[in-house]
Design a protein around this ligand. Structure first.
Ligand SMILES: NC(=O)NC(NC(N)=O)C(=O)[O-]
Ligand SMILES: [Zn+2]
Ligand SMILES: [Zn+2]
Length: 502
């Protein structure tokens, strides 16, 4: 009898263990409630200003199960909407969430610089619903299938918005098609390379031969190559007695516009492969963070006219600041390519307004404050990179409104065009069937970026925007229907999804 009991117990033991494991696994998953500040996942958000690809409408967006189910124009409401599930934002703007295709979150490996939790909290607070992480500044760099796995592991459960990944095109993998295919098959949305030293040891620079090879592999996948387009040129010799390293003009001399022009000229010798009928048809080249609005821009225009598959981004800091205003020793403004003069900035605005510059990105590239060398203010030795992730929407709007930009243009530069670059068909527009990735913001509301303002970046002190007065306050951010940020508060759990290409 005793023996039978024991036998039964040993038989039951695995079943009990299995049930226990199942319970732990499921109860530890964040519930809908902790992913969102809303108690339900079927609701309507209403406003007088909803930015859609067909124009601005007054009405409501129906969200159900993370998707946009319908768009209802004001007046067509009766009987179609459960009023208890309507969030009425009044005059605030409802727009597609921003898609930032250029951010360095430095995770894993340099999380003292930024990290997925802090970076994506800042993104959510700034109305960014998707960001694509750069393959460098984390350690190791994302240059192989294995290192992409480390990225995904670091991101899972730690991201408040959706995050995709660019892989690195470096000399080590450029001539190894199967290594590149491994990385692409593992889900990177495209590749990124540098034509000058990146400042990161395990991310060496490529030349146009590497880039040509990369494009031929990318063609099959129809995914883009993003390039940091600067090539080192002989530049003016600095003289100790006149060229003070604390003066911004000294730094500017070391990275003239001719570096961008040389790189772009060289790039265009390979982008012609992307034309219809060319050997790399299907591939696409995207120039990141254009600063020079001189010859670089003319070259880009010409290549586009010739049918090269080419796009270009610039960043809010090139549109907001000019070299003449940068105070001595204020290395918060150091980035590469550098911020140039006021006349250059005005021409960048013109090119953006005319559609020659396709989109905007943050190039959020922080470091620990010590690397900015604030005590010495040495522009030549400080870490280059602007910290801006949380502020890009109000900065674009605050400066842009003086240039007469529209809400639709913001949605085009910050959502539609970047989604297309990253191959995200279900993002970037308020349209039926799309992910409910939405920012609600108040363009007329002014605020000051001071110490009282809740900032979620790991190191607010290194941001050149601190101290600015800006227009355009983010009231709420929805990612796949989850209200992840509202009124200065984040959802309890980080439920953003890693985005992998298939
Ligand atoms: N290693 C970097 O983050 N570099 C970045 N730095 C900048 N932009 O100053 C970049 O995108 O080139
Ligand atoms: Zn760069
Ligand atoms: Zn960058």
């Amino acid at each position: 009898m005793e023996l039978k009991k024991w036998k039964l117990l040993t038989l039951l033991l695995p079943l009990v263990a299995y049930l226990l494991l199942f319970a732990i696994k499921n109860f530890s998953k964040p519930s809908v409630r902790s992913c969102s500040l809303l108690p339900h996942d079927h609701y309507w958000i209403a406003s007088k200003r909803i930015v859609t690809p067909q124009g601005i409408i007054s009405g409501a967006v129906e969200v159900n199960g993370g998707l946009i189910k319908s768009l209802i124009k004001e007046g067509d409401w009766q009987g179609r909407v459960h009023t208890e599930q309507v969030i009425d934002y009044g005059e605030a703007v409802i727009m597609p969430g921003l898609v930032d295709v250029h951010a360095h979150l430095d995770d894993p490996g340099r999380t003292e610089w930024e990290g997925f939790p802090s970076g994506t909290r800042a993104a959510a607070a700034g109305g960014i619903t998707t960001l694509i992480d750069m393959p460098l500044n984390s350690f190791p760099s994302t240059v192989s299938e294995e290192t992409l796995k480390l990225k995904i592991e670091a991101a899972e459960g730690n991201i408040f918005v959706d995050v995709g990944f660019w892989g690195g095109l470096v000399p080590e993998n450029a001539f190894n098609a199967s290594a590149l295919e491994g990385l692409l098959n593992a889900g990177v949305l495209g590749l990124k390379s540098f034509m000058c030293p990146s400042g990161i040891n395990d991310f060496p620079m490529t030349n146009s031969t590497h880039i040509k090879e990369g494009l031929s592999v990318l063609a099959k996948y129809r995914r883009p190559l993003l390039v940091h387009a600067e090539i080192e040129q002989e530049s003016e010799e600095l003289k100790n007695e006149v060229d003070d390293p604390r003066s911004y003009s000294t730094y500017l001399k070391t990275r003239p516009a001719s570096w961008e022009q040389a790189a772009i000229r060289e790039l265009l010798t390979v982008t012609k492969d992307t034309r219809a009928g060319g050997p790399s048809e299907g591939a696409h080249l995207h120039i990141v963070h254009l600063s020079d609005s001189g010859d670089s821009l003319d070259l880009i225009k010409e290549a586009k006219r010739s049918g090269d598959s080419l796009t270009v981004e610039t960043c809010p800091h090139y549109l907001a600041f000019s070299s003449e205003e940068i105070p001595d020793g204020d290395t918060r403004f150091k980035c590469s390519p550098p911020i140039r003069g006021a006349a250059n900035k005005e021409k960048l605005w013109e090119a953006l307004m005319d559609g020659y510059i396709d989109m905007l990105s943050s190039d959020h590239s922080p470091s620990v404050p010590e690397l900015k060398l604030f005590d010495r203010g040495d522009f030549l030795r400080a870490w280059g990179g602007i910290s801006s992730l949380q502020f890009v929407l109000p900065v674009t709007w605050s400066i842009g409104r003086k240039h007469g930009i529209t809400l639709e243009q913001i949605a085009l530069w910050w959502s539609a065009k970047p989604s297309k670059l990253a191959g995200q068909d279900l993002k970037g527009a308020i349209a039926i069937g799309n992910h409910a990735d939405i920012v609600v913001w108040q363009p007329e509301m002014e605020f000051e970026l001071n110490d009282d303002h809740p900032i979620y970046l790991k190191h607010p002190s290194i941001s050149a925007y601190m101290g600015s007065k800006l227009f355009g306050k983010v009231l709420g951010t929805f990612v796949r229907g989850n209200l992840v940020f509202a009124e200065g508060k984040h959802a309890p759990a980080a439920c953003g999804s890693p985005i992998l290409a298939r």
